[in-house]
Design a protein around this ligand. Structure first.
Ligand code: ADP
Length: 485
């Protein structure tokens, strides 16, 4: 088996417990490191989406009324199957998405944790008894919302799916999933394992094909109670508008433009090491990737020196060889990085390291770009306000706390933010002042099965993971029982 051999994986849609061919033409899935076609997948459209919704609707009453311990047992079985299949799942992900194998395996591990966490949490989705007059009993019950439409992106092609499906099925919802066209195989491989875990037909369904018609049917259907989406702000707004007529619940995890602030009293080695690890995770194609690096003027020289020294250790290559970082997802992703750099340098930014596309030898057919450090970034440059989604570290110098809080908040986004400092007053003031759904202080690990993940402003609303994530999939019902006259 060569290193680019695709492990065996389904290419059809999975609806009502059956693998079905789609009514549209098949499309290829390509490897972004080599440009090679890995396989072709089937595509459906409106009719298949309607069929998947009908299957999920039919499965809902039985699934939602199963004892919660039984739903948890299915989920734990799925977690075990995913864990056993880590190598195949990680290989599929690396081949279609490009990320290094170790990162892909880490993503699969996070799925296992997420499923087990939600299987346990499902058993603790408690209602309430509220103090009432003696003649009545006031109950608060939590009920699953119903059929959920989930639309997911390509950057975390497996975890974005599980973090949506796991809390949903845990509380009794049923699911119609539409994965990204760049990375359908990771989704299909998961569906195979749902089938192997013997989930009842219709609990989880997958529709492949053109996003617009599928997204429209899902978001407008009266039979879909909730839409959960991770992707671009533009598409999130479209889905929110389409969902408004049927007054669905909507959760949107959209773009980000995370500030990363280094205060003068910070542990600079830690700040720089963490910046490099975080920035080159998935080659910067992460909605919580540090995108604007604010460095205090007193430590700017030292930070820059450390950064340019340490970035030289970052290796770029085919994900199957497990470098630090892989290719970008496609030509459009590459073009955006090139355009942002051109715009910034024309307006006076200085490239301190990298800055070029990689096109020779092993890089020639993939979408590779050098790890890049850009200095003297200012507010008139596109990179200051636009999400980057690539391997570029833009440096901005600041002088005082109030100024940097204001600058960090000067964006339409409000997903993740990070800062490095040791002074307790600074930590308190800055963590209060940042208008972001997540704040990492001396750390960037803000995504865990147990902790709320989500944003403010144009980064969307709703939370994934943790108890807040589960709450997104239940309706709160108040029941007032008169027990005496
Ligand atoms: P990205 O820039 O990360 O590809 P997108 O928002 O375009 O972000 O894609 C995220 C997900 O949304 C993918 O599954 C994609 O197919 C889907 N998508 C794109 N356009 C639409 C649309 N008009 N309606 C519904 N889903 C869409």
């Amino acid at each position: 088996m060569t290193k680019h051999q695709l492990p065996s994986v389904e290419t059809r849609l999975y609806i009502n417990g059956e693998w079905v061919e789609g009514s549209k033409e098949k499309i290829p899935v390509t490897n972004p490191a080599t440009g090679d076609v890995l396989t072709e997948i089937h595509q459906g459209a409106e009719a298949e989406t309607e069929a998947a919704i009908a299957a999920a609707k039919k499965a809902f009453p039985t699934w939602s009324e199963l004892p919660v311990t039984e739903r948890a047992a299915y989920m734990n079985k799925l977690a075990d199957l995913i864990e056993e299949d880590t190598n195949r799942l990680a290989t599929i992900m690396t081949l279609e998405q490009g990320k290094p194998l170790t990162q892909a395996a880490g993503e699969i591990k996070s799925n296992v944790e997420n499923l087990r966490w939600n299987a346990a949490q499902a058993q603790r989705v408690f209602g309430e008894i509220i103090p009432s007059p003696p003649t009545n009993q006031w109950q608060v019950r939590k009920q699953p919302v119903g059929v959920v439409g989930a639309i997911t992106p390509w950057n975390f092609p497996s975890n974005m799916i599980i973090r949506k499906i796991a809390p949903g099925i845990a509380v009794g919802c049923t699911i119609v999933l539409k994965p990204a066209k760049e990375t359908p195989l990771s989704a299909l491989a998961l569906m195979e394992l749902f089938e192997k875990a013997e989930f009842p037909a219709g609990v989880v369904n997958i529709v492949l094909g053109d996003a617009k018609p599928i997204g429209k049917v899902l978001s407008e259907s009266e039979d879909v109670a909730k839409i959960t989406f991770t992707g671009s702000t533009n598409v999130g707004k479209i889905l929110n508008q389409q969902a408004s007529d049927s007054l669905k619940k909507v959760s949107l995890e959209l773009g980000g433009h995370a500030p990363y602030i280094i205060f003068p009293d910070a542990d600079l080695e830690l700040a720089v090491d963490t910046l490099i690890t975080t920035k080159f995770r998935n080659n910067g194609q992460v909605c919580v990737s540090p995108n604007r690096i604010f460095v205090h003027q007193d430590v700017k020289e030292e930070v820059t020196h450390l950064l340019v020294e340490k970035i030289q250790e970052v290796t770029v290559g085919d994900g199957m060889d497990d470098p630090t970082t892989g290719p970008l997802i496609n030509q459009a992703g590459l073009d955006k990085v090139v355009a942002q750099l051109k715009d910034a340098t024309e307006k006076g930014a200085k490239v301190l390291f990298g800055g070029q596309q990689l096109t020779e030898g092993e890089y020639q057919n993939g979408f590779f770009f050098q790890p890049t450090v850009l200095d003297e970034v200012t507010t008139d440059m596109d990179i200051y306000y636009e999400e980057t989604f690539g391997p570029v570290i833009p440096l901005i110098t600041f002088e005082d706390e109030d100024e940097v809080i204001k600058a960090a908040n000067d964006t339409e986004f409000g997903l993740a933010s990070y800062f490095f400092a040791n002074n307790i007053q600074t930590i308190d003031k800055v963590s209060r002042g940042l208008d972001y759904g997540m704040v990492g202080v001396n750390d960037t690990a803000i995504s865990n099965s147990a902790t709320p993940f989500g944003g403010m402003k144009h980064s969307g609303f709703g939370r994934e993971n943790g108890i807040y994530g589960v709450e997104e999939y239940v309706e709160v019902k108040f029941v007032n029982i008169r027990t005496a006259k």
